[in-house]
Structures are given as structure tokens and as C-alpha cells.
Design a protein around this ligand. Structure first.
Ligand SMILES: [Zn+2]
Length: 180
């Protein structure tokens, strides 16, 4: 559930805005809380996109080419070991591991099992990096984002939602650091 500040007033419709990185919902006096929660849930994608944009706006310093290369080197040392660890837990095999600087994705898994990870993950907390590793490895079992896919993730990483939330909140700002 997304956290929000509720302001009730004499208005007739429900409205929402993002201000200083916070979600403010304005609603009629008598509108049930369940209806307000449903409204917020329905617009979760919109809210997350705007919160991410707001976070990215507080731009952290851009990374230099040298810093990006150093991150990629670090990632090549760290990520394969994390992949091996979780692949064993999940009982899956995988192919090549490629590290790249990417501005739109954290990782991917091809149908052949080749894995691709963003070197910017080295700037995220280790538990967040692990959650991306587990996500991609679970695609070895399910090439989709079905309930079965998420059940498989939860089996080895019960708190994956909280880790994912970190990326949703801070990911755009991180990727922005690699933008030219
Ligand atoms: Zn996926």
C-alpha cells in the first residue's frame, strides 16, 4: 500500500497530487476509506512514476566514464558470485553473465538463460542487488511475471517486496547518474 496524506473537504470528487515527494489525496467528507484506498491502488503506477521522477529531480552528481568503468569492474567481481549462490538455491542453470551500464533496466534474462545486469546496481544496497539477481534467475523457471513467478521469488526471498520498493523509489535517481 502506498502511503498518503488524506485531506477531506466539501469537494465532490476525489483528487490526488504529489508534493515534495509525498502523495496527497483530497476526498469528499463521507467517502469510505476503502474507496480511497482503492483509488490510490488503481493509480499506483502513476504515483510511482511521479515519485521516481521527483526523486530523480534531486539529481545526484553524474558519474564520470571512469567511475562507470570502475563500477562495471566491481560488478564483474561481485555479481557472478551472487548469481551462483541463488541459482543453486533455486535449482536453475544459466548462461553468460554480461554487465552493462543501462538507463532503463536493472537486469534481464534471455530465453537461453544469458543474464544481463546493470553496473549501477553496485550503488544500491546489497540486498537490493540480490533481489534483481533472484528476479532474473526466476525467469529461468517462468518467462513471465505471473503469480507463479512471484511465488518462486518469495520462496527464496520472502521480503522481496521491500527490496523491490527500494528500487522503485530510488532507481530512477540512480539511473539518472549515468545519463549524459
Ligand atoms: Zn522480469
Amino acid at each position: 500500500m502506498i502511503e498518503y496524506t488524506l485531506i477531506r473537504s466539501g469537494r465532490k470528487t476525489i483528487g490526488m497530487q504529489i508534493k515534495d515527494g509525498k502523495v496527497i489525496v483530497r476526498a469528499p467528507m463521507r467517502l469510505p476509506k476503502a474507496a480511497i484506498n482503492a483509488f490510490v491502488t488503481k493509480h499506483a503506477d502513476w504515483i510511482e512514476a511521479h515519485l521516481a521522477k521527483a526523486a530523480a529531480g534531486q539529481s545526484l552528481p553524474k558519474l564520470t566514464e571512469h567511475e562507470l568503468n570502475a563500477l562495471a569492474e566491481q560488478a564483474k567481481q561481485v555479481i557472478p558470485a551472487r548469481v551462483a549462490h541463488y541459482a543453486a538455491m533455486l535449482g536453475v542453470e544459466y548462461g553468460r553473465i554480461t554487465i552493462r551500464t543501462q538507463k532503463t533496466r536493472w537486469g534481464s534474462c534471455s530465453s537461453k538463460g544469458n543474464l544481463n545486469f546493470n553496473c549501477l546496481l553496485m550503488l544500491a544496497p546489497p540486498e537490493v542487488l540480490d533481489s534483481v539477481v533472484v528476479h532474473e534467475l526466476c525467469h529461468r523457471k517462468h518467462m513471465n511475471h505471473s503469480a507463479a513467478f512471484y511465488a518462486e521469488i518469495a520462496r527464496v526471498m520472502p521480503d522481496y517486496k521491500a527490496r523491490h520498493a527500494w528500487l522503485k523509489q530510488n532507481g530512477a535517481a540512480l539511473m539518472n547518474r549515468a545519463a549524459r
